[in-house]
Design a protein around this ligand. Structure first.
Ligand SMILES: [Zn+2]
Length: 323
């Protein structure tokens, strides 16, 4: 089969066999963590996989959530491929994946393989909460997102690991700060030994929120003003012909007033620092799920906000191997 040259991509409308590279599950890894051979971790992208539910006319995608629009068998196969890519193992020998029924709370769940089953036979989560933690080397902890912030945490001394789902409600509930307190209590973790990565999620560029969110954060965090910014929508027509709009509305009554944007990356980084992590131990992927595009123009990530709820899910996983 002739290989497609990357330099001359085919138009999307022409159906071609997919190259091996395009079938490979997209994994975002953390370069600074490569020096910990016992640590398995990765964030998924949209690329690779077999799902066509959200692909429109593009190649099949890596939906890793059991969403109503996708075939569960396809999602299960996508998960096997992604886990094999993260663990560099054969799909059948990858550790067990544990997920939870996420519900935008500050609830943490400790899991270990002795307490199985944690999932139904077809892989659906049984526990409810928004963070998982373990010191069991036989488990991979997984968080599903499509804009919310996935945060992976590891203790380089005890090899305990944790995974968090931090949307604005979980962030407001200080789920990450609470999680680190829980690791200290349960496993004797010291914050100086902890490393964290804040994964792909909606960035301060795109996360417009209502004023009530600002008030909620303001009542909880002394540094809240540093997490919000005013963003003025640009309108090329207005910028080019400002006189046309000068008398249309009284000042202060424009439809294009400032929006309030929340920086969930910084909010969670501040919680990690407050819990005692060194700044140099915190990794930020820094890619926005709503606006990051690949060179070919396709979306790199699923985005609940940008796709009005009709989209797949990324999976973020972390685990420790026994050796
Ligand atoms: Zn963005």
């Amino acid at each position: 089969m002739p290989r497609r040259s990357e330099a001359h991509p085919q138009p999307a409308a022409i159906r071609q066999p997919l190259s091996a590279a395009r079938r490979t599950p997209g994994v975002v890894t953390i370069a600074a963590w490569q020096r910990f051979p016992w640590l398995l971790a990765g964030f998924s992208t949209r690329q690779g996989g077999r799902s066509t539910a959200y692909a429109s006319d593009g190649p099949p995608e890596l939906n890793l959530g059991f969403t109503p629009d996708d075939d569960p068998a396809t999602v299960a196969e996508n998960r096997r491929r992604f886990l094999a890519a993260v663990t560099k193992s054969k799909p059948r020998t990858a550790p067990d994946l544990i997920t939870i029924r996420q519900c935008h709370t500050g609830i943490l769940q400790r899991v270990d393989s002795a307490a199985l089953p944690l999932a139904t036979p077809d892989g659906k989560a049984l526990l409810r909460g928004d963070a998982l933690y373990t010191r069991d080397p036989n488990l991979l902890l997984g968080i599903l997102t499509a804009d919310c912030v996935p945060i992976l945490l590891a203790d380089t001394r005890t090899h305990a690991v944790a995974a968090f789902h931090a949307g604005w409600r979980g962030t407001l509930a200080r789920i990450v700060e609470r999680g680190i307190g829980t690791l200290r209590r349960d496993f004797g973790s010291h914050p100086k030994d902890l490393i964290a990565s804040i994964g792909p999620s909606i960035g301060p560029c795109c996360f417009a929120v209502g004023e009530e969110v600002l008030h909620e954060f303001d009542s909880q965090f002394a540094y809240a003003p540093e997490l919000f910014s005013e963003v003025f929508d640009s309108d090329p027509v207005r910028e080019k012909y400002p006189m046309l709009f000068l008398t249309a509305r009284a000042p202060g009554h424009s439809n294009l007033g400032p929006q309030i944007h929340l920086d969930l990356w910084e909010a969670n980084r501040r919680q990690l620092l407050a819990a005692g992590l060194k700044a140099s131990s915190i990794n930020l992927v820094g890619e926005c799920t709503a606006c990051t595009r690949l060179p070919d123009g396709r979306r790199k990530y699923f985005s609940h906000r940008a796709e009005h709820g009709f989209t797949g899910r990324m999976l973020s996983v972390i685990g420790a191997t026994a050796h």
